[in-house]
Design a protein. Structure first.
Length: 241
C-alpha cells in the first residue's frame, strides 16, 4: 500500500472514530445515557439509601424519594447540560411530608453543583462544535476516498494497529485506574476556582449518580457503540470502492 494512501486512510479513520463517538453520544443523550439500566446494575438505589441520610446540606429527606423520581431528576440534569445549563438551579426533588402527606419540593443542587454543571454544559457545547467540524472533514475525506478509489490497508495490518491501540489503552487504564484518570481530566478541563469534586455526604448530585462508577460504565457503553458505528462506516465505504 502506498504511504500516502495509508496516511489518508489513517486520517480518515481518526475522523471516522470521532464522528462515531459523537453519534454514540447523541444516541446516549436521547436515552438519558441508559440511567435506569445502570441504576439497577450499580445498585444506585441502595447507594442513595446509604448516603442520603448522611447528607450535610439538610436534605436527608431525599431517602424518601422513589426510583422513578431519581430517573426524572437525572433526565432533567441531562436535558439542562445539553441546553447551555438552563434550568439547573430550578431542578427540585419531590417528597411527601410525613406529617401532612402533602408534596414538598426541595432544590436538588447546591450553588457549587450548579456552577460545576454549567461548566459541563459549556464543555459539551465546545465538544459538539468540534464534532460538527470533524463531521464535515469526515464527509469530505469519505468523498475523496470514494472518488480516488483508495483501498484500506490489509486486514492484518489493520488488526495489528487495532491491537496496539487497545493494548496501550487497557494498560494505561490498568496502571493508573479509571478514577485517577477521571479526576485528572477534571483538573485539566475545569477552572481551578470551581469545585468539581463532591463527597456523597455533601452532594445529592454525586449520590444520585454514584460518581464516578456511573461515568465509567457510561463511557464504556459510548465507546462500545461508537466502535460498532465506526466498523459500519468502514464496511460501507470500502465495500464500494
Amino acid at each position: 500500500m502506498k504511504p500516502a494512501h495509508f496516511l489518508l486512510w489513517l486520517f480518515f479513520s481518526i475522523t471516522c472514530l470521532l464522528f462515531s463517538i459523537g453519534v454514540s453520544w447523541q444516541f446516549h443523550k436521547i436515552t438519558d445515557f441508559g440511567y435506569p439500566l445502570w441504576y439497577q446494575a450499580l445498585n444506585i438505589g441502595d447507594h442513595i439509601n446509604e448516603y442520603a441520610p448522611q447528607n450535610k446540606q439538610h436534605k436527608q429527606d431525599f431517602i424518601l424519594t422513589s426510583s422513578n423520581e431519581h430517573y426524572r431528576l437525572f433526565a432533567e440534569i441531562n436535558h439542562a447540560i445539553h441546553a447551555q445549563g438552563e434550568g439547573l438551579s430550578s431542578i427540585q426533588y419531590k417528597v411527601k411530608s410525613p406529617d401532612t402527606n402533602s408534596l414538598i419540593e426541595n432544590a436538588l443542587l447546591t450553588p457549587s453543583e450548579v456552577i460545576h454543571l454549567q461548566d459541563v454544559a459549556k464543555l459539551i457545547d465546545n465538544l459538539m462544535t468540534f464534532w460538527l467540524y470533524n463531521t464535515l472533514i469526515f464527509v469530505l475525506c469519505m468523498v475523496f476516498i470514494y472518488w480516488k478509489k483508495v483501498q484500506p490497508p490489509p486486514v492484518k495490518q489493520q488488526l495489528t494497529l487495532f491491537v496496539i491501540i487497545v493494548t496501550a489503552s487497557v494498560a494505561l487504564f490498568s496502571l493508573l485506574g479509571f478514577t485517577t484518570i477521571f479526576y485528572w481530566l477534571h483538573q485539566v478541563v475545569f477552572p481551578d476556582n470551581h469545585q468539581w469534586f463532591f463527597y456523597y455526604q455533601d452532594s445529592l448530585m454525586s449520590t444520585l449518580m454514584k460518581a464516578p462508577d456511573l461515568f465509567a460504565v457510561i463511557g464504556v457503553s459510548i465507546i462500545f457503540n461508537a466502535g460498532i458505528i465506526f466498523w459500519a462506516c468502514q464496511k460501507i465505504l470500502f465495500k464500494r470502492v
